[in-house]
Write a protein that binds this ligand. Structure first.
Ligand SMILES: *Cc1c(COP(=O)(O)O)cnc(C)c1O
Length: 338
C-alpha cells in the first residue's frame, strides 16, 4: 500500500452535498475508474446523497452499479442489438437504456419487453444519437421516459438544446451533459414545463479539490555525483540525490506531455527527442522537499526514479510525498477515507 488516494471524508461529502443542492435533478455519473475514487465508493456516495438515479458509461458497469446502489441506473452507451443482446441485467427494472435507432429498440424490447428507455439526440458532439428530426418519432415509438443530449465541453449550448426541445414536443424530461448551472437556470426559466436533469461526473466528484490527495512513499534516497548513471537507460544524473518513490505506469504515473516541461527550450527538446527520451527534462508530479523534481528516466511499472537537485534537503525513506495527478487516469493501490 504505497500509492494511496487519501480522502478527508467529511469535507469531500460536504462538497458533494453543496453541489447537489445547487443542481436539482442531478444524475451523478459513475464510470471508468470511478474518477479515481472507485465506482463502488461513488455508488455508496450517491446512495448517501439520496439521488434517485445515477448514470454508468457502459453495460459492463451496470451489474456492479445495480448491486451497490438502490436507485435507477442509466446506461449512457447506446444499446446495440448486435453487441448487447446477452449482457447481464438487461431486464433489471432499475436499468434505463439509451437507444438511438428503431432496430436497436426492437432488439431491446424483444429481449426485455418492459425495458425503460431514453432516446439520445445527435448533437454537435457527433458521437452517438438520432438526428433531431427523428427523435420525436423514436421517442414516441419507445414510450421513452426522456431524451438525452451530450454536448461538447464549454458553454453556448442553449441554442442547440432549444432546437431539440422545439423538434421534440412530446418529451418532457431532458438528460443533458456538460451544461452549466447558468445554462440550466436559463433553460428552466424558458421551458418551465420541462425538466432538465444534468448528468455530471467530473465537477461533482472533484467539487472540493482540497478534500483529497494522492500520496506516495519514498522508497530509497541516495546522494549522487554529477554524471552518475542510473536506471534502465543508464542516463547520467545531475549532482544531488536520486530519490525512488512508489508510483509508476501501473498507477497511471506517466510522462507528462512536453507542455509540462519547464521552459520553451526544454519543450522544444522534448518534442524533438520524443517525450520519453526527454524524461530527465520533464518535471515529475511528485512534490519532494517542497520542489517538483524531474524524472531521472521514464516511470517504471510501480516506482519512479527522481532526480533531486543539489542543495535541496533529501527526504527520508518512509516519508510520504504528495502527487499531483489527473485522477481519471489514476489507479491507486488503495483509497482511504478518513
Ligand atoms: C462521461 C459522460 C458524462 C460525464 O462527464 P463529466 O465531464 O465527467 O461530467 C456525461 N455524459 C456522458 C454522455 C458521458 O459520457
Amino acid at each position: 500500500m504505497s500509492f494511496v488516494l487519501h480522502i478527508d471524508g467529511e469535507r469531500w461529502r460536504a462538497g458533494h452535498d453543496q453541489f447537489v443542492a445547487d443542481r436539482p435533478g442531478i444524475v451523478p455519473v459513475i464510470k471508468g475508474n470511478g474518477y479515481g475514487f472507485g465506482r463502488d465508493l461513488l455508488c455508496a456516495e450517491a446512495s448517501r446523497l439520496g439521488v434517485p438515479m445515477v448514470a454508468v458509461g457502459t453495460y459492463t458497469e451496470l451489474p456492479e452499479a445495480l448491486a451497490a446502489y438502490g436507485g435507477d441506473v442509466l446506461v449512457m452507451e447506446p444499446y446495440r442489438a448486435a453487441i448487447h443482446a446477452a449482457v447481464p441485467d438487461l431486464a433489471n427494472r432499475r436499468a434505463v437504456h439509451t437507444v438511438t435507432s428503431h432496430a436497436d429498440l426492437d432488439g431491446l424490447r424483444g429481449a426485455t419487453p418492459e425495458a425503460r428507455v431514453v432516446v439520445e439526440g445527435l448533437t454537435s458532439m457527433n458521437r452517438f444519437g438520432t438526428p433531431a428530426n427523428e427523435v420525436a418519432e423514436l421517442a414516441g415509438a419507445a414510450d421513452a421516459i426522456g431524451a438525452t443530449l451530450h454536448l461538447p465541453l464549454g458553454t453556448g449550448h442553449i441554442d442547440e438544446i432549444t432546437r431539440f426541445i422545439a423538434a421534440v414536443p412530446g418529451v418532457r424530461s431532458w438528460f443533458v451533459s456538460h451544461v452549466s448551472t447558468a445554462e440550466l437556470a436559463t433553460l428552466a426559466e424558458r421551458h418551465p414545463e420541462h425538466e432538465f436533469r444534468p448528468r455530471v461526473g467530473t465537477d461533482l466528484w472533484y467539487a472540493d479539490k482540497g478534500s483529497y490527495e494522492v500520496r506516495a512513499h519514498v522508497l530509497d534516497v541516495r546522494p549522487v555525483a554529477k554524471g552518475t548513471p542510473a536506471g534502465y537507460r543508464q542516463r547520467p544524473l545531475p549532482a544531488g540525490h536520486v530519490v525512488v518513490v512508489s508510483g509508476g505506469t501501473s498507477h497511471g504515473v506517466a510522462m507528462e506531455s512536453p507542455s509540462s516541461a519547464a521552459t520553451p527550450r526544454s519543450r522544444a527538446i522534448a518534442v524533438a527527442e520524443g517525450v520519453l527520451e526527454a524524461a530527465h527534462r520533464v518535471r515529475s508530479p511528485f512534490t519532494v522537499s517542497g520542489v517538483m523534481p524531474r524524472f531521472a528516466e521514464p516511470p517504471h511499472m510501480q516506482c519512479s526514479l527522481l532526480s533531486l537537485p543539489a542543495g535541496v534537503a533529501p527526504p527520508r525513506v518512509g516519508d510520504e510525498v504528495t502527487v499531483r495527478m489527473r485522477l481519471t487516469t489514476t489507479t491507486p493501490d488503495a483509497v482511504i477515507v478518513s
